[in-house]
Design a protein around this ligand. Sequence first.
Ligand code: PDD
Length: 268
Amino acid sequence: MVGIEDRGYQFSDGVYEVCEVRGGRLIDERRHLLRLVRSLDELRIPMPMSQAALAIVMRECIRRNRVSNGILYLQITRGVARRDHGFPPPGTRPSIVVSARNIDFAGNERAAADGIAVITVPDNRWARVDIKSISLLPNVLAKQAAREQGAKEAWFVNGDGHVTEGSSSNAWIVTKAGKVVTRPADNAILRGITRTVLIDVIRAQGLELEERPFTAAEAYGAREAFLTSASQVVMPVVRVDDRPIGNGAPGSVATALRAEFHRHAEWS
Ligand code: PDD
């Protein structure tokens, strides 16, 4: 049951996490829970149960739904209370929802072998997208615009002309000189857990990383492009705004990073 006056339902007043499940195991659970606690703290929503209890609930959810390869979704809202914009009375219990489902990993592998297209859209989001809030209207509209143009993701471009991130992923390019570039994790992007782990993979492979903003024009002329998220891992991007990237096929750097990712991630 969801209360009709749940703060998430009425105000998008909540936060969420998405973890990859692989072989029945959670990927990077520790980092996802750290980010969850940070999002809750930023919005002053109390944690509804201990982290140890939450870890048990997450495992039970995976088991009861018989998820071997898929995702676990976790959402916490400020709870159910009579509608009023200010915070509800002290003691209002936050609502928590955990769900898990299988996803077609083979389909993801096929998409990664072909690469995907992205479009760019203006970044019209609020100034705190570093908080993983469930308030995702601009992201919803951006993803739909991508689909209607035959693309799989939309990259937000801010007022300076820089790509911030995707509607549900972080954005990366590989320059002609072979440098791997992604925007620094400031308030203008969500610090992806996949992004954090991938930085370790990049260093381990001896690749050069540049954390700096890049423009859509730089992406058009890049050797490679790709995106990262818990559900897509590392997904090669072969078209941006209908311009082929590199030779129009998945790049060797993105492909190698995808292949190596799970050796560097934490399994639990
Ligand atoms: N999205 N940026 C945005 C706006 C996101 O929504 C996500 C994740 C990321 C990547 O974060 P991570 O690597 O921790 O998944 C970046 C999730 C998967 C979603 O909304 O389904």
